[in-house]
Design a protein around this ligand. Structure first.
Ligand SMILES: C[S@@+](CC[C@H](N)C(=O)[O-])C[C@H]1O[C@@H](n2cnc3c(N)ncnc32)[C@H](O)[C@@H]1O
Length: 254
């Protein structure tokens, strides 16, 4: 599993470049036309960093997740199993014993990505797989770097969570929350908080959009910008950091 960074081909690490040169078959789970940009980025990475060829690229159709059900965990489990079936088929059909296959994984393979779980699932079915993980620059790292801010406040924790969870409540005991996978603009429900937001969409790509400011002042602008961009491109990936001001006297605040 090779982390390819969050959208900028320059995010690729030297470790990833070395690994790219050792691959016989690249496996790509194709999500269909709408996210063609994501497939294109992977192709660009191979063109730039594995120019000698000598490998094959194999595409599998990424099954759709059932988004109609309320049973989120079960739906994700079911989706993961069906993805494992597709991946197992690709590996069986395309990889000879002793050969090396690679999945190019968006951002960092260990953060909100199911590829590792899928490969573990396949291995648990009796397949002998030797799995190596090459870390990548996550969208979280890319977000804070583009906003030129530290991820954490001095000596304080940060929580990474999903839009679904943030829409339920602001996590207890943390002032700094990074939110991913938010299709519902959950930050807008917390616009009454005394907090700053650092928001980014398509980070690292030519379409990158960055907005930051007091949550109460920029929430509407982000909601509108997000809706317009999603409409125009047909898809969106956005991440944000919410930073709540500590009340006076708390954790060393003046
Ligand atoms: C399935 S997770 C994969 C995360 C990935 N493994 C990582 O390390 O960033 C997809 C979520 O990552 C975030 N994301 C990934 N790439 C992004 C980008 N270029 N700009 C903004 N958010 C991004 C979004 O929150 C998106 O919903």
């Amino acid at each position: 599993m090779i982390g390819i960074g969050a959208g900028d081909p320059g995010h690729i690490t030297m470790q990833a470049v070395t690994a790219l040169g050792q691959v016989d078959v690249f496996f790509v789970l194709d999500k269909g036309e709408v996210k063609q940009d994501l497939v294109d980025l992977r192709q660009e990475i191979l063109r730039r960093y594995a120019p000698d060829g000598g490998y094959r690229v194999v595409y599998g159709r990424d099954p759709e997740r059932d988004r109609t059900t309320e049973a989120y965990v079960e739906a994700v489990d079911d989706w993961r199993r069906r993805r494992a079936d597709v991946c197992q088929q690709m590996i069986t059909d395309e990889l000879a014993d002793g050969q090396t296959g690679a999945f190019l994984v968006w951002g960092d393979p260990t953060l909100y990505d199911s590829t590792l779980a899928i490969l573990d699932d396949i291995a648990s079915r009796g397949f002998e797989l030797d799995i190596e993980v090459i870390p990548g620059i996550s969208s979280v790292s890319a977000l804070v770097a583009r906003h030129r801010i530290p991820l954490n406040q001095v000596g304080k924790p940060v929580q990474i969570t999903t839009g679904r969870r943030l829409s339920e409540q602001w996590p207890s005991d943390v002032d700094d929350v990074v939110v991913m996978l938010d299709a519902r603009t959950a930050f807008a429900g917390h616009a009454g908080q005394d907090a700053d937001i650092y928001w980014g969409a398509y980070i690292g790509t030519p379409d990158e959009i960055l907005i930051s400011g007091k949550l109460s002042e920029v929430a509407d602008e982000i909601v509108a910008t997000r809706a317009e961009a999603r409409q125009r491109k047909g898809w969106i990936m956005d991440t944000y950091l919410l930073r709540r001001s500590a009340p006076p006297g708390v954790d060393g605040a003046p």
